[in-house]
Design a protein around this ligand. Structure first.
Ligand code: SF4
Length: 474
């Protein structure tokens, strides 16, 4: 089946023409379908559609067919049900994060979309538009019948306009981002404890050093204190949290409730993520949810903040006031899709972006060139992820086992050859920060390192960023 699917992607342009032809003429048989009754027509159409599309596209019959927007690749084969582009965990060889033996379906989608656009043509969000979250009620339904009846297979998405915006008071991270100075954020993992003391101690190490502290949400699929609770604890201690929200563990009902709860407890910043798969975590037997992807979550969060509405359209009594971020990973394939995915996130309402670990300045520069050419840095703040590990062995383990991390071989060799590998890794991180600070369009850095707070604080100080900021403020 894989070979037929790849053949269909290679001939995506031809299939699109057939689809366009059918879409034009097939509604002519709508009166016939109505005459025999829509439910009877559905019973006839469904198995026919299932067989044909399963053979040609490995179709999963989600009932909301968007093959023409995904290069004729059925992206519902994605284990995370990503609707709007690849997750950040694609392996360097294009293998899927969850099923490494399978090629990421979004690589097929990008190939198909490129075949449709023509070689050399720039892929745009018109070719691969933002799609709404799945409507699970439609699962198994015939999309062909929808087309025959002249109905769209998915509801069109309403674009945000300035008129939508409910005015809100910006928090300190938002102010820092708009001040023009280079911002610094750091990542802290919540504790495996019901006692908040350890969390407060870890986070307090960064008081006065950073603009905000990200609280991870079950990073790597591992269980810790909830991100919403840990963020609220920091907010209560005058530390500025970024509440990370992963789609892996909760459906849209639970997530929207948590967003309201976080805002009610003084949280002003959220980061919308799809989330790592459960297979690498400490509960690999758990059921992943992935009701939403990050793009859909962003749109829902913006709708709550800017229009005071739940995803269902029901009105909130008071809209939350949040600075809303998302992630990007310029360092793994499919590279053409990465910029498109960022653009979709910005269109969906991302106000800031934090990237995966940057160990390759050349790749970042290439990505930022694209960002600047599409002027995305003017619409959202790009904060680049950096980090350090104590040895070449640890770094190489991370490159192999943490989805979406790319570490160039020469960098590994440089750290491995050093007498003091920890000092060498720290030096590399500081050099990387200084190089990043010189790239046009980058708004700041996001420092990450699991339970390594002291070294991260030293890196922030020794890279000169804090002094640089104080000078700029003065
Ligand atoms: S790598 Fe990610 S986006 Fe691609 S198929 Fe796997 S889970 Fe889906």
């Amino acid at each position: 089946m894989q070979s037929v699917r790849l053949w269909s992607v290679r001939h995506a342009h031809g299939f699109l023409r057939i689809y366009a032809f059918l879409e034009k003429y097939i509604p002519w048989i709508a009166p016939l379908a109505k005459l025999i009754g829509l439910s009877r027509a559905e019973r006839v159409m469904r198995p026919l559609e299932r067989l044909t599309k399963a053979f040609l596209f490995d179709c999963m019959m989600c009932g909301e067919c968007v093959l023409s927007s995904t290069g004729m690749a059925c992206t519902m084969n994605c284990p995370k049900q990503m609707r709007n582009g690849p997750c950040g965990g694609v392996h360097g060889d294009g293998g899927c994060e969850v099923k490494p033996q399978m090629r990421c379906v979004w690589i097929d989608a990008a190939t198909g979309a490129q075949n449709i656009a023509g070689s050399g043509a720039e892929l745009t969000t018109d070719a691969m538009p933002v799609l709404p979250p799945r409507n699970h009620v439609h699962e198994g339904r015939s999309s062909w019948l929808q087309v025959i009846c002249g109905k769209p297979t998915v509801e069109p998405i309403r674009k945000f306009s300035e008129d939508d915006v409910v005015v809100h008071t910006p928090g300190s991270l938002e102010n820092a981002c708009h001040s023009g100075r280079f911002v610094v954020t750091v990542e802290v993992a919540p504790p495996d404890s019901a006692d908040p003391a350890a969390l407060i101690a870890r986070a307090a190490r960064f008081r006065g050093l950073v603009d905000a502290i990200n609280i991870t949400d079950g990073a790597g699929g591992n269980c810790h204190m909830s991100s919403v609770a840990a963020s609220a604890i920091l907010a209560a201690h005058d530390l500025i949290p970024v509440y990370q929200v992963a789609c892996r563990d909760r459906n849209r009902i639970a997530i929207q409730g948590d967003i309201l709860g976080a805002a009610a407890l003084g949280v002003q910043n959220i980061l919308c993520l799809t989330g790592d798969d459960v297979s690498q975590g400490d509960h690999p037997e758990a059921k992943p949810v992935f009701d939403l992807d990050a793009v859909s979550l962003l749109r829902i969060a913006r709708g709550m903040c800017d229009r005071g509405l739940y995803a269902s359209g029901r009105k909130l009594d008071k809209a939350p006031s949040l600075f809303i971020g998302a992630t990007a990973n310029p360092f793994v394939p499919p590279y053409t899709d990465r910029i498109l995915n960022l653009e979709k996130k910005v269109d969906a309402g991302a106000q800031f972006i934090q990237t995966q670990f940057c160990f390759d300045i050349g790749m970042l520069e290439k990505f930022m060139l694209e960002v600047r050419s599409r002027e995305l840095h003017k619409r959202c703040k790009i904060i680049v992820g950096v980090g350090t590990l104590g040895s070449a062995k640890a770094l190489s383990w991370m490159a192999k086992h943490v989805p979406g991390v790319h570490v160039p071989a020469p960098l590994l060799a440089r750290i491995a050859a050093a007498a003091d590998q920890k000092a060498a890794a720290k030096k590399v991180c500081i050099e990387t920060i200084q190089a990043i600070a010189g790239i046009d369009g980058v708004a700041g850095i996001h420092v990450m390192g699991h339970r390594n707070e002291d070294v991260l604080a030293e890196i922030i100080i020794e890279s000169g960023l804090r002094q640089q900021q104080l000078l700029q403020i003065a």
